[in-house]
Design a protein around this ligand. Structure first.
Ligand code: FAD
Length: 413
């Protein structure tokens, strides 16, 4: 470890899309921000998923509010990044592609339509369509589907390029991004501390972090470590009930363009909202500009086990053919996977930690962190500046009642 010591206003832990968006937002407001990333930039979950920016999969409630805010902001953000970074920077591939959600069983039809109606009441553009309309949008879809809903607001982005673009923009605002620097522990009241017992947290303040490359002191430390948020919190002295939720995606070889929207099976809602640790799969299918087809995805709580198991691949592949029968003949070129940052009450944690002044969290976005990163950054920037937030903050606070039963889980021993 070197003797290097830096002082910043804000330390952001993690250079995934959430940390990048927050660093950019605070940097542009004049804060001296240092991002600390133990690997390379965008080496975590933000490089291991898909880039769907969905409103279609969110039930009316607080997460949908974040998603609707993000849906508006991504349009502005894409334009801002293009203007700022110029034509030489790779395009973030923002596209308002639209989504089509289908039911593939008789039992699934009415719940899907009811869900769409409830979303429409909450300002989502959710259009229940008949089979002819569905076939106009997606001519190769299974004509045996039992219901379909079109969601014109659903969009996408290339998540790795989007994160790189946010980091590039943040650097232009003066943010320092340090890679290969791991956060090991906290500094408390100006002194390097050993792991802080949770019961001792009251009355003490986090004043920075200890890292593999020296100490960084800061008025605030933001834990944006995605699925590793619990480990980081624990190193800083508090518990956080974020857990990894494994997800695997299949990639086919290139084929003629036959899928024009994000198309998924209504089963997907059930999988996203479930707390079941066992394997769940649901079809989320789309073509890429390169001609490959991405077929997602699975959800499983198996710790940080990175294996890609045949059972998972087989189940994802089989379900996708219910939606697009022609995929039976598709050739799978590869599969990849990552770990979604899962919270037990299905909402991210965004804001200060009431147990340890100086510490903030911005994690737990599960399968929606690409889309919700911009809303998270806007909320953090508002809270940090002491402004009335444009998005209600309480539902995402660590102090919310639904998290209370989980806050001792994984407490620092
Ligand atoms: C299969 C799959 C499909 C998905 N599809 C979508 C989708 O279509 N749309 C969507 O919105 N979301 C999707 N997601 C979810 C999305 O990818 C995540 O919610 C999002 O990437 C989380 O971003 P993050 O910045 O919080 O975490 P990460 O990208 O994981 O970043 C956290 C960073 O913290 C770093 N770190 C950890 N510990 C330390 C430490 N001690 N010191 C320094 N650095 C540290 C890590 O190295 C990592 O780079 C998907 C996820 C998966 C797995």
């Amino acid at each position: 470890m070197s003797d290097e010591r830096t002082t910043a206003d804000v330390v952001v832990i993690g250079a995934g899309i959430v940390g990048a968006a927050i660093a950019r937002a605070l940097g542009r407001e004049g804060q001296r921000v240092v991002v600390l990333e133990r690997g390379a930039a965008v080496s975590g979950t933000s490089a291991q998923g898909e880039g769907n920016l969905l409103v279609s999969d969110k039930a009316p409630g607080f997460e949908l509010e974040l998603a609707l805010h993000a849906n508006r902001r991504w349009v502005e953000l894409a334009a801002e990044l293009r203007d700022e970074l110029g034509p030489d920077f790779p395009d973030i591939e923002f596209e308002r592609k639209g989504g089509v959600v289908v039911a593939t069983t008789e039992q699934g039809a009415e719940p899907l339509k009811d869900f769409a109606r409830s979303q429409a009441e909450a300002s989502v553009d959710a259009q229940i369509i008949d089979l002819d309309e569905a076939l106009k949008l997606e001519p190769h879809i299974n004509p045996a589907i039992t219901a379909a809903v079109a969601y014109p607001q659903d969009s996408q982005v290339q998540p790795v390029i989007a994160t790189e673009a946010l980091l590039a923009s943040a650097r232009r605002a003066g943010v320092e991004v340090r890679c290969s620097v791991e956060v090991l522990g906290g500094l408390y009241d100006g002194h390097a501390g050993d792991r802080l017992m949770q019961k001792d947290a009251a009355g003490r303040r986090l004043t920075g972090v200890r890292t593999t490359r020296g100490d960084v002191t800061a008025a605030s430390v933001i834990n944006a470590a995605g699925p590793w948020g619990a480990e980081v919190a624990s190193r800083l002295g508090v518990s956080l009930p974020v857990r990894p939720r494994r997800g695997v995606v299949l990639v086919t070889t290139r084929m003629p363009h036959r899928i024009f929207h994000k198309v998924y099976d209504g089963d997907y809602f059930g999988a996203t909202q479930s707390n079941d640790a066992a394997l769940q799969t649901s079809s989320v299918i789309e073509s890429t500009a390169a001609g490959t087809v991405l077929i997602g995805s699975s959800r499983e709580q198996i710790g940080f086990d990175p294996r890609i198991r045949a059972e998972v691949i087989a189940e994802i592949a089989a379900k996708s053919t219910r939606v697009f029968p022609f995929l039976r003949d598709a050739s799978v070129m590869r599969a990849y996977g990552g770990f979604r940052p899962f919270m037990p009450d299905h909402l991210p944690v965004i804001g200060p930690d009431h147990r340890l002044p100086g510490l903030w969290h911005a994690t737990g976005h599960e399968g929606a962190g690409i889309g919700l990163s911009i809303s998270t950054a806007d909320l953090v920037a508002d809270l940090y500046a002491g402004r009335e937030p444009g998005i209600p903050a309480e539902p995402f606070s660590l102090a919310r009642p639904s998290l209370a039963p989980h806050l001792t889980e994984g407490a620092v021993a």
